[in-house]
Design a binder for this molecule. Structure first.
Ligand code: AMP
Length: 211
């Protein structure tokens, strides 16, 4: 399985990617997680990316390509789920050529579709564990007992202004990537609404049967 999980911020890509890690043993490659780690560790790349990430802007493509490619290499360019990459047509072209150069290719791109009000609800009530990267939702996935309070924060880019900005960026820059993958016969559009398990079943159906 070599897939891209695609969709707007807050659609549940991260949680569903974790599900695929657990159920199918693939590597989860999230450029958002890699960037937040680099920022926390104050690496050179992290310092360059910080302002963009915290304000909800796209990080310059070359930085993200470097991160994604490093992680793909670690995974041997096989058995991976990409989450949050590619986010522009340029990035989609880079991904295709980086895979091809390493005798690899995508098996599917799964695009999760949800309505805007669901996204705003999910993002504004999302909290993140800064140690593990795990996401919670104030209503649907409360912070488990025993997790130290100081480890759980709201992402700066999950605040209302940044959410609106990120949705605008998604429509303008990222959505065209859907057509890119459709033209290449890789796109599977599925509903991201309903319970976590419903969405999970739809994803596994595509992954396991190609439908
Ligand atoms: P995410 O965790 O996927 O929502 O990503 C959080 C933030 O990281 C985004 O709003 C961007 O600032 C940055 N980011 C993540 N992936 C990319 C990417 N592929 N291209 C540019 N910026 C990215």
């Amino acid at each position: 399985m070599r897939i891209v999980l695609f969709g707007p911020p807050g659609v549940g890509k991260g949680s569903q990617a974790s599900m695929l890690v657990e159920k199918r043993g693939v590597a989860h490659i999230s450029t958002g997680i890699l960037l937040r780690r680099a920022i926390r560790e104050e690496t050179e790349l992290g310092l360059k990316a910080k302002e963009y990430v915290e304000s909800g802007h796209l990080v310059p493509g070359a930085l993200v390509r470097e991160l994604a490619n490093g992680a793909l290499r670690e995974a041997g360019f096989d058995q991976f789920v990409l989450d949050g990459y590619p986010r522009t047509i340029d990035q989609a072209n880079w991904l295709m050529s980086d895979l091809e150069e390493n005798d690899s290719s995508l098996t599917a791109v799964i695009s999760l579709v949800v309505s805007d009000h669901v996204i705003v609800d999910r993002l504004s009530k999302r909290r993140i564990n800064i140690r593990t990267g795990e996401n919670y939702h104030l209503d649907y996935k409360p912070v488990p007992a025993g997790v130290p309070e100081e480890d759980v924060v709201q992402r700066k880019d999950d605040r209302p202004d940044a959410i609106l900005h990120r949705l605008g960026v998604y429509r303008k820059e990222t959505y065209p990537v859907v057509a890119f993958f459709r033209e290449r016969g890789l796109l599977h559009e599925i509903s991201g609404e309903g319970s976590f398990t419903d969405v999970c079943d739809r994803i596994l159906q595509v992954v396991d049967t190609g439908d």
